[in-house]
Design a protein around this ligand. Sequence first.
Ligand SMILES: [Zn+2]
Length: 524
Amino acid sequence: MAKFEIRHKDLMGRIAKLQTPHGPIETPAIMPVINPNLISIGADEMKKNGAEMLITNAYIIYRKAELREEAAKRSVHSLLGSELPIMTDSGSYQLYEYGDVGVSNREILEFQQRIGSDISVPLDIPTPPYAKRAIAERDLEITLRRMEEARAIIKIKTNEDDKNKSKNNPLLTGVVQGSTFVDLRAESAKRLASIGFDLYAIGGVVPLLESYRFDKLVDIIVASKLNLPCDAPVHLFGAGHPIIFPLAVALGCDLFDSAAYLLYAKGKRYMTSDGTRKLQDLQYLPCSCPVCSSYTVNELKTEEGVNLLAAHNLWVSFEEMRTVKQSIVERNLWELCERRCRAYPALLTGLMQMARYSALIEKYDPATKHPFLYLGPSSTYRPEVLRYANRLSRFTLSGNVLITTMTERDRDRDRDRDREPKEESVIESKDKEEKEEFQHVFFVKPPFGPCPVELEETYPVGQAELPAEIDSDAKTVALQNVLKLLESNHKKADFVFQYDHSWKDHLLLLIEEIGKYAEVRKTE
Ligand SMILES: [Zn+2]
């Protein structure tokens, strides 16, 4: 397996160093696609924009005699005029588009080796989303046979075989297919892992990206990732728009290829980190990249403007990936996903789908971060909340226990107010509370639920910043977690649950449930 050193982690995302024959690159990384027939932005320019690695299509080179000869004689690096690491694709996309490519798996793999590709890809069969199951199964079997064949052609060189050169071994990709059937994706990933590849790619997802089916994309990534070795890099084939980077990286994708920067430019579409604008609709350029700070909208609209627009599109793609990486370092990638996924309802659907896998993500997620910013109902389903809920059963309680929705500050304020003259009944009730001795006091903080006052300042509960008005998702989960604490300590302690008027009527069913284990008191 290729050397892949993970340096920082957040959620399932990671920053890592991947060793290639042409030197190391840092992931997550975007590989701009260069079409050797039609180089619009040269490799040098790509490097200046932030590219550490490029991708080109071995099949396009193979098909054209002059390119084939040049690449075979010198190398693919010489053909593209770059010493950056280069990944080569096999022509699967053309197979998907045109049905037949007239080249065998063996031929295209041996060609990739001959031209000095750093990362080769076998000729897999991309099955479109929502294909009939029988077709998806048939395609997958062919793909897996080709993957086995590829591994036999490009053998794993152990350190024994190649002691000093092991870091120069070209890498081989295993491609996960299976259409939109998550069980087929899982099976595909499992079988690839047992064959053993240097990196893995998730293929056949471009139509899902184009139709904004981000929820389905999340399912496919998760089903694949769960069955691939966690210490191997994963490439999400065809995902080149920056809007998908935060979510895909959060789910553990490390490599991205972008043909989109140029395709969008040709269609006069201007990329931003929260979507795409038509050039014709723009009066201003909302970006300060070298292109946008030197040219006007009208200049971008001209024929010569296509390459400028492509350069801008690349710029924002790299910028967004840097933002994602900084988020991993700061361990606030979930919050970045929340902010970005509010750009489109379909992205929000993708985010909520990711939230459904919180229990899984929690296993990968670092335990300590700070602070915890609550940015809406999706924050309720963050892995940290789930982890907190799972740990509630660790509390062993006895004696009298108060669980209150009032914060310490509310309680102090109430005590001050009580010093003023009060009606008889209020004084009586307060007296009653003061006479009671509580061995433990928990305050209820949405979305976490009960937290002992002693841990009021500690992460995550103590460092969670909430808006003044919190939504009912957060309160519901908080009360469910109160129930968890009560259930696990039932009959060991005597509980009083105290809540205030802000816990609205629609939560009453849960409060009723709490009433089975605790004496419930409503405060004014
Ligand atoms: Zn720009």
